[in-house]
Design a protein around this ligand. Structure first.
Ligand code: G3I
Length: 391
C-alpha cells in the first residue's frame, strides 16, 4: 500500500510540477479527492513559519486574540503547561469550572449554593499573566447538576435561570471578555420548531429562554461581549448547511426583537482530511453573520485524527493543513476577533475520551504534543495569523 502510495506520490509530484507552472491552480485548494490524495497534496506543504513570535504575539499583531480552554486541575498541576499557556495565549476559557456542574469542584453544588473557588483561581491566573478570560457557559443542556431534574420545574425555572446568570455574571462583572450565554440551542434532528434543541430549558420555558438569558446577562455585566455558541457549522454537508441556516434565522430573530446579543461563537471541532470543507460556503455564512452587526469567535477549535493514518508525521501534516485551510478562510472575515483551541496540548483533550482512535493510539488534535512540544498544527495557526488581514 505504502509503495503504491509512494510511486503515486512521485508521479503526482511530476504532474504537480507541470501543473504548478500553470500557476497557483492548486495553491492550498482543498481538493475533493480521497484522503490518500489529500495526504499527498498535503505532503507538499512546508508550513514554514517566519520569526520566533508566539501565537499570542502573532494574533495580537493583527488585532486578534488566541486562547485556549483549560481545566483547573491541569493548569495548576502542570507547571510547564501553565508556562506555555502564559507565553502562547492571550486568553483562557475554563473548560469545566463555569459550567453548572462538572468534576469534583462544581460551580453549583446545591440548588442554593455557588462555589466560585476554582474559577476564581483561574481568573486570578489570567490577571497575573495579563490574559483575558471568557466564560463558558451560562445556559446549556449538558453538565446540569444531579439535583436539577428533581428541583427545577415550570413554576421556578425562570427564577433558577435568572438567579444563576445574575449571580455568576455579577461575580465576574468587568473581568470577562465574553460569555457563552447560550450554548448549542439548535438541533435539527430534534424536530422542534425552527430547529430548536429539545433541551430542559426549552421544555420548561419555551424558545424565550434564549432571549431571557441574554437580557439577564447584559444587565449583570454591560461590559461583557454576549455570545451564542454552537457547533456543526463548518462543512459542505446537508446537516451543516441546515444548521447554518437555522442558526442564521435564530440570530436574525434575536436581533429583530432587540435581544442584547453581540457575537456568534462557532466551535470548529474539525476532522482531519475531511474533503467536505468548502471555503466559499463557510465564508458566505460568516459574512451573513457579520452583516447582522455581530462579531464572530472561533471558540473551541481542534482537529480530530480518528480516521487518519497511523504514521504521526503524515497525521500531523493533515491536521496542520486542516487548521491552515480553515483559519485562512475564517480570518479573512474582519468580524472574526478571536481563535481559541479546545485545549493546548494533546495530553489534555476531550477527544482522547470522547472521540478515541479505533486503533487506540494517542490522538494528536492540538498545537502542542503531550510533552509540550510544538507541532505542525502550531505552525499552521501561526501562519494563518501572519497571513490574516489586520483588524
Ligand atoms: O473525570 C470524571 C470521572 O472521574 C467520572 O467518573 C466521570 C463520570 O462522572 O466524569 C469524569 O468527568 C467528565 C470529564 O469530561 C472528563 O472526562 C465529566 O463527567 C464530563 O462532563 C466532562 O465532559 C466535558 C463536556 O464538555 C461536558 O461538560 C468535556 O471535558 C469538555 O471538553 C466538553 O466540552 C464541550 C464544550 O463545553 C461545549 N462544546 C463541545 C465540547 C466537547 O464536548
Amino acid at each position: 500500500m505504502y509503495k503504491r502510495l509512494m510511486s503515486r506520490r512521485r508521479t503526482l509530484w511530476l504532474g504537480l510540477g507541470t501543473l504548478a507552472s500553470i500557476g497557483a491552480l492548486f495553491k492550498n485548494q482543498v481538493m475533493s479527492w480521497n484522503n490518500q490524495t489529500q495526504a499527498i497534496e498535503t505532503a507538499n506543504r512546508d508550513f514554514k513559519v517566519v520569526g520566533g513570535a508566539s501565537l499570542k504575539q502573532r494574533a495580537a499583531a493583527k488585532g486578534l486574540i488566541y486562547g485556549v480552554a483549560i481545566r483547573y486541575h491541569n493548569l495548576f498541576s502542570n507547571q510547564k503547561l501553565a508556562a506555555v499557556i502564559a507565553q502562547e495565549c492571550g486568553m483562557i476559557v475554563p473548560e469545566w469550572e463555569l459550567k453548572w456542574h462538572v468534576g469534583n469542584k462544581p460551580l453549583r453544588p446545591t440548588p442554593d449554593t455557588f462555589d466560585f473557588s476554582a474559577a476564581d483561581r483561574m481568573v486570578k491566573f489570567s490577571r497575573t499573566h495579563k490574559m483575558q478570560v471568557r466564560g463558558h457557559t451560562l445556559v446549556w443542556h449538558e453538565s446540569l447538576p444531579p439535583w436539577f431534574g428533581e428541583t427545577v420545574n415550570r413554576q421556578n425555572a425562570e427564577q433558577f435561570l435568572t438567579k444563576h446568570i445574575q449571580t455568576v455574571v455579577r461575580h465576574y462583572a468587568g473581568q470577562m471578555h465574553s460569555w457563552d450565554v447560550v450554548n448549542e440551542a439548535i438541533e435539527i434532528d430534534d424536530g422542534k420548531p425552527r430547529g430548536l434543541r429539545n433541551t430542559p430549558w426549552w421544555q420548561l420555558l419555551g424558545e424565550n429562554y434564549i432571549d431571557l438569558a441574554f437580557r439577564v446577562a447584559a444587565e449583570a455585566d454591560p461590559k461583557a461581549l454576549l455570545v451564542y455558541n454552537d457547533y456543526g457549522l463548518d462543512y459542505d454537508t446537508p446537516e451543516d448547511e441546515a444548521k447554518r441556516t437555522a442558526v442564521l434565522k435564530l440570530l436574525e430573530r434575536l436581533k429583530s426583537q432587540g435581544t442584547p446579543i453581540h457575537a456568534l461563537g462557532t466551535q470548529a471541532h474539525l476532522s482531519g482530511g475531511d474533503n467536505r470543507f468548502h471555503p466559499r460556503k463557510l465564508r458566505k455564512f460568516l459574512s451573513d453573520v457579520a452583516d447582522m452587526g455581530l462579531k464572530i469567535l472561533i471558540t473551541e477549535m481542534d482537529v480530530k485524527d480518528r480516521t487518519l493514518p497511523v504514521n504521526i508525521q503524515e497525521r500531523d501534516r493533515i491536521i496542520a493543513a486542516a487548521y491552515e485551510d480553515f483559519l485562512s478562510t475564517v480570518l479573512d472575515e474582519p468580524a472574526v476577533i478571536a481563535v481559541l483551541t479546545w485545549g493546548l496540548s494533546d495530553r489534555y483533550t476531550w477527544l482522547s475520551e470522547f472521540r478515541p482512535r479505533p486503533d487506540r493510539l494517542p490522538v494528536r488534535p492540538l498545537p502542542f504534543d503531550a510533552d509540550m512540544n510544538r507541532k505542525l498544527a502550531w505552525n499552521a495557526i501561526a501562519r494563518a495569523f501572519d497571513q490574516a488581514p489586520k483588524r
